[in-house]
Design a protein around this ligand. Structure first.
Ligand code: 9UX
Length: 72
């Protein structure tokens, strides 16, 4: 089943940061789409809950150097 997660992503300061977060999320197996809003410091992610979890999504954003937490 497809779910949507809203993440707070802190530390993005330019469009290349938000682009890197988008690419990292979309490269993950199970992620269908990701939209990252630089000014709002948020990411909306559509994902297959059978393949990836909210915690995995936060962890992968953290792995590329940003703070991430689940909003909903
Ligand atoms: Mo922009 Mo972000 O020059 O890690 S890529 S600050």
């Amino acid at each position: 089943a497809t779910k949507r997660a809203e993440l707070r992503v802190e530390g993005m300061t330019c469009a290349a940061c938000s682009g890197a977060v988008t690419r990292a999320l979309e490269a993950r197996q199970g992620v269908r789409a990701a939209e990252v809003n630089l000014l709002r410091q948020r990411a909306s992610v559509d994902f297959d809950a059978a393949k990836v979890s909210e915690e995995d999504l936060c962890q992968l954003v953290e792995d590329i150097g940003f703070d991430a937490s689940l909003v909903s």
